[in-house]
Design a binder for this molecule. Sequence first.
Ligand SMILES: CC(C)(COP(=O)(O)OP(=O)(O)OC[C@H]1O[C@@H](n2cnc3c(N)ncnc32)[C@H](O)[C@@H]1OP(=O)(O)O)[C@@H](O)C(=O)NCCC(=O)NCCS
Length: 156
Amino acid sequence: MTRAAGMSDPPVALEPVGKGNRAAILALELSPAQQGFVASNADSLAEARQDDEAIPRAVVTEGRVVGFLMYSAPDDDDEAIIYRFMIDRREQGKGLGRAAVAKALEEIARLGHVHRVSICYEPENEAARRLYAGFGFVERGLDEDGEMIAVLELGG
Ligand SMILES: CC(C)(COP(=O)(O)OP(=O)(O)OC[C@H]1O[C@@H](n2cnc3c(N)ncnc32)[C@H](O)[C@@H]1OP(=O)(O)O)[C@@H](O)C(=O)NCCC(=O)NCCS
């Protein structure tokens, strides 16, 4: 089983991206120090339009869009990849990131064909490292671009 969100984490929902939330996703911000950790949401949404396998999601709590994530989980592969994830800088540190990861893992597990989830982040991204380690992601080393790859086996 994957770890659930903490008992005190706020409730979040992952919603498909569409007309109703696109502007709010584009308005989300990171601190200057975090901007190198993930592509801009504008770039990610443009990429999602071109890539049939991209599954973009708004992270919503109490009716507000507070974050964005994107993953792929092709039918013919038992591995899903979460390759974009951010929480607005004004909303960080409240447990929303952890709650969103828990929801994403639930959604991916429900697909039924995925046995492994991988994720990557800059090696100096301590917040990401700790967040994912808390769910049981195990670091597997750097990829060719120097990003750390971490993997979680589902349903172990
Ligand atoms: C990584 C990120 C999504 C975390 O979101 P968040 O809502 O602030 O995270 P939470 O409040 O749910 O924190 C959950 C856990 O993450 C870790 N964490 C979060 N922020 C941290 C920080 N500044 N320093 C160290 N650990 C941190 C902790 O383990 C924390 O658990 P704890 O509070 O019990 O110690 C957010 O910092 C972010 O958007 N960063 C910039 C983009 C990015 O790095 N994305 C990930 C790589 S693709």
